[in-house]
Design a protein around this ligand. Structure first.
Ligand code: C2E
Ligand code: CA
Ligand code: CA
Ligand code: CA
Length: 272
């Protein structure tokens, strides 16, 4: 029994070692990825009850020459452990602004939502970075929506509130991502200049289950009182979409309508 235990320890050590090595490899490869143009932003449309696109979320894609596509769920958390996320985040900001301009030039202007990570937002020069990205590209600030998570918002409420007001004065809008999955403090909803809530996929997925139905109804009615727009994410079935439409959800995003796609694919779709 004693040797079996020792074997298990050795096994766990080997597994930990492998995980650390994978982490280091991803970190190293990610540093090259920006310079070597392996990254792209895909668009996933957000549609109204009639199926018209109101905007799109930009989602990061990494195509590694050897590893193939690496999903953001695997590399974002690793990037967030170091200052890599700052460079990555700044690239997303600049590329997002360039995408806004490309859409406008193609005669297909569309508001775009960008994911902002907590470290990036709480950097001292975050507002300056946003301004620079807008100026360098010539993008319209009022077409840019920043998706922030609940954890980010409450981490330093004074800093958050000051930065959001400064950016809102430029015309930017804000959305709370994965709403309902983070901290339950609702105080920030009235203290911060927010325009939108995104109902997390986990609630939408089980919209048939009675508890989740109640949660969605609650979020929608609360949003109405606070004059906030609501986007439901991860809509995969017609039944989910029907439920959301009936309850007055403003916009829906999910595989039922479209998967995230490259800008060229979006532009190849018929307009309107
Ligand atoms: P998120 O912000 O909650 O993004 C929504 C995720 O749900 C995306 O996964 C999207 O592809 C996926 N999705 C959309 N519709 C459906 C659906 O109908 N069913 C299912 N099962 N999934 C759907 P993705 O692209 O893998 O991104 C995962 C997470 O990585 C994002 O979650 C976000 O937290 C992070 N992320 C992605 N791009 C960026 C970025 O540019 N910057 C930062 N900081 N984080 C990013
Ligand atoms: Ca998001
Ligand atoms: Ca989300
Ligand atoms: Ca989510």
């Amino acid at each position: 029994a004693k040797s079996a235990g020792r074997q298990r320890i050795v096994f766990f050590q080997a597994q930990m070692q492998a995980e650390i090595e994978e982490r280091l490899a991803i970190q190293h490869q990610l540093e090259l990825a920006i310079a070597q143009r392996q990254l792209a932003l895909y668009l996933q449309p957000q549609v109204d009850a009639a199926g018209m696109a109101l905007g799109a979320e930009l989602l990061l894609r990494w195509q590694h020459p050897v590893l193939g596509p690496v999903p953001p769920g695997r590399f974002i958390p690793i990037a967030e452990e170091s200052s890599l996320i700052l460079r990555l985040g700044n690239w997303v900001l600049q590329e997002g602004c360039r995408t806004l301009v490309q859409l406008a030039k193609a005669g297909r202007p569309l508001p775009l939502s960008i994911n902002v990570s907590p470290q990036q937002f709480h950097e001292a020069d975050f507002v300056a970075q946003v301004k620079a990205a807008l100026q360098d590209s010539g993008a319209r600030a009022d077409y840019l929506i920043l998706e922030l998570t609940e954890g980010l918002l409450i981490r330093n409420l004074d800093d958050t509130s000051a930065k959001m007001r400064e950016l809102a004065a430029l015309g930017l809008r804000f959305s709370i991502d994965d709403f309902g999955t983070g901290y339950s403090s609702l105080a920030y909803l009235k203290r911060l200049p927010l325009q939108e809530l995104k109902i997390d996929r986990s609630f939408v997925q089980d919209a048939e289950a009675s508890r989740d139905t109640a949660i969605i109804e609650l979020i929608l009615s609360m949003a109405e009182h606070l004059a906030l727009r609501v986007v439901a994410e991860g809509v995969e079935s017609e039944a989910q979409a029907a439920f959301l439409r009936t309850h007055g959800c403003h916009a829906m995003q999910g595989y039922l309508f479209a998967r995230p796609m490259p800008l060229a694919d979006w532009l190849a779709l018929p307009a309107g």
